[in-house]
Design a protein. Structure first.
Length: 211
């Protein structure tokens, strides 16, 4: 099963992707995590990407596609996978077609912009393994450290209000058109994000027939 998760930054698509990953037994491939690893390692790609991400801009398609192609060639992707954060543009979606990848279902997590801005103020990230949490909706066990690896959680620069608004503008201009792109193919399902994580998860699992 090959699944794409769409949704504005902070809509909760990453969290839902991880939960579906565990339920379906397939890996989640997050271009955001791959890029943050490059930034952490201070590779030439990471240094260039950090400047763009901090300003709410997108990393060039050819760079993201190169990273993705390498990741999808690994053994754990043979039985399917979830794409989180890719594609973000029509051009990237068309690149998937050229790669011969047939997507089974596209899940669009919808949340209003103002709700997203308020949510992201409480989002925390793990600099060690890339896991994401929220102080209210999805806290780690102690609220300060990553439940998985124990690293101290941090707030990313791109989760600050002024950057969030820029990211939302970019999303609506470049990524939102993917909804129509995949709706025409009959594989798009829209899930309205709820206040409670469990409620959004229930709707997501139902949309994917994983109940």
């Amino acid at each position: 099963m090959k699944i794409i998760f769409l949704g504005a930054p902070g809509a909760g698509k990453g969290t839902q992707a991880e939960l579906v990953s565990k339920k379906a037994g397939i890996p989640t491939i997050s271009t955001g995590v791959i890029l943050r690893e490059a930034i952490k390692d201070k590779t030439p790609l990471g240094i260039a990407a950090k400047s763009l991400i901090d300003n709410g801009q997108l990393v060039p398609d050819e760079v993201v596609i190169e990273l993705l192609t390498e990741r999808l060639s690994q053994d754990d992707c043979k039985n399917g996978y979830i794409l989180d954060g890719f594609p973000r543009t029509i051009a990237q979606a068309e690149a998937l077609d050229k790669m011969g990848i047939a997507i089974d279902k596209v899940v669009n997590i919808y949340v209003a912009d103002e709700t997203i801005i308020n949510r992201l103020a409480g989002r925390r990230s793990c600099p060690g393994c890339g896991a994401t949490y929220h102080v209210v909706f999805n806290p780690s066990e102690d609220g300060e450290h990553c439940t998985g690896c124990g690293a101290v959680l941090t707030q990313r620069d791109d989760d600050k209000p002024e950057t969030i608004r820029k990211r939302l503008t970019v999303y609506h201009e470049l990524t939102a058109p993917l909804e129509q792109f995949y709706e025409k193919r009959g594989i798009l399902v829209t899930v309205e994000g709820q206040e409670e994580l469990a409620d959004t998860t229930a709707l997501t699992m139902k949309a994917l027939e994983l109940l």
